[in-house]
Design a protein around this ligand. Structure first.
Ligand code: KG4
Ligand code: ZN
Length: 337
């Protein structure tokens, strides 16, 4: 079954062709980062406009790279939630029109479930149940994947997302948006014990995280350096910040792995590309005897293929939609608690 899948929830316009939920035939993507960088973050109105301008071309590219035409497509999948509402609507309306005009099934996909499903593309033998942690610019959650379309939220950030924290810390260091990747590089040359930052956790919970205290600590440290005329130790700050993030993530995962039966862990989302987090979680999983499924960097950030993967399993579970499908900025989750 060939699914044409669209993703437009934030600042990437993406379209892919995925076969049977597991094989990427094409994965076209257009990033808008340059349009947003000078504002220091994603500007929703600019994002919607850029999606509108890019979506037809990205769709054509996905079909061409897969070597197919619209006549070969069996179903259309689209990210319907959560995300920026204006951005989501571009993908949803495009997918709706395409499905209606071709008389094809329309499959709504939850973006976070898509980030998890990216692992099916990288690991052919992976099947639920397993534990997943999704870390992105908008979300940071630990999720029990009970089945392909059955999820249970275990823990989450109570405030900022991990990617947001990286981007805000990066801004303090003068790194343009989105700064996560550059923070990753900078942290490699710094001393992670130079600045004692609080780990990114909620102490009274076993699974929840918090990044706002850490973010404030980074800002305060930078102010202190400015006021006392000390040069900002950029690499040390990046390394110490990253250590606090890694400690937070590992402490939550350690608790979840101890309390739940799953012995396989998937890391997804843009922040799952971070080399320090990958190494720290890798060490934890080795100690705990857990099979860690990492993703290639191309499947960590937003992409269309992950929507095609989850779309396939949604279709198998009869999760389809009609022309009344609407986008939703929040997550009317198929999470079952
Ligand atoms: O999943 P994603 O592409 O989009 C959302 O769904 O939000 O994640 C984007 C986030 C950004 O905050 C970006 O700075 C962060 O992922 N990111 C990283 C790295 N690469 C991307 N954060 C830390 N280390 C990285 N190597
Ligand atoms: Zn994402």
């Amino acid at each position: 079954m060939k699914i044409l899948a669209f993703e437009s929830s934030c600042d990437e316009t993406a379209c892919a062709v995925v076969e049977d939920g597991r094989r990427i035939l094409s994965d076209a993507i257009t990033s808008q980062i340059e349009s947003h960088a000078r504002f220091g973050g994603v500007v929703p109105e600019i994002a919607s406009r850029a999606h509108t301008e890019a979506i037809t071309t990205v769709c054509d590219r996905a079909l061409a790279e897969a070597g197919i035409t619209l006549g070969d497509v069996d179903a259309v999948a689209v990210t319907a939630y959560p995300g920026l509402i204006g951005a989501l609507l571009v993908g949803v309306n495009f997918a709706k029109s395409l499905a209606a005009s071709l008389s094809l099934p329309l499959i709504p996909v939850n973006h976070i479930e898509g980030h998890i499903a990216a692992a099916y593309l990288a690991h052919p033998d992976l099947a639920p149940p397993f534990l997943a942690m999704v870390m992105s610019g908008g979300h940071t959650s630990i999720i029990e994947v009970r089945d392909y379309t059955e999820f249970r939220l275990i823990g989450a950030t109570r405030d900022d997302a991990a990617g947001e924290a990286f981007d805000k810390a990066a801004r303090v260091l003068g790194i343009p948006y989105p700064g996560g990747k550059e923070m990753d590089r900078l942290a490699r040359t710094g001393d992670q014990n130079a600045v004692p930052f609080p780990p990114a956790i909620i102490r009274e919970s076993r699974y929840d995280l918090s990044f706002s205290g850490l973010k404030t600590a980074v800002i305060n440290f930078a102010h202190h350096c400015g006021q006392t005329g000390i040069d900002l130790p950029r690499a040390d700050l990046a390394a110490s910040f990253t250590k606090a993030v890694c400690e937070g993530i590992c402490s939550r995962l350690k608790n979840a792995l101890a309390d739940l039966p799953e012995k396989t862990l998937v890391l997804g989302g843009g922040v799952a590309a971070n080399s320090h987090i990958r190494a720290a979680v890798g060490k934890l999983c080795e100690e705990e005897g857990v099979d860690l499924k990492l993703l290639p960097l191309s499947l960590c950030g937003d992409n269309g293929a992950m929507i095609g993967a989850q779309g396939y399993y949604n279709f198998q579970a009869s999760i389809t939609a009609g022309p009344d499908l609407n986008a939703d900025a929040t997550s009317p989750f198929s999470y079952h608690t």
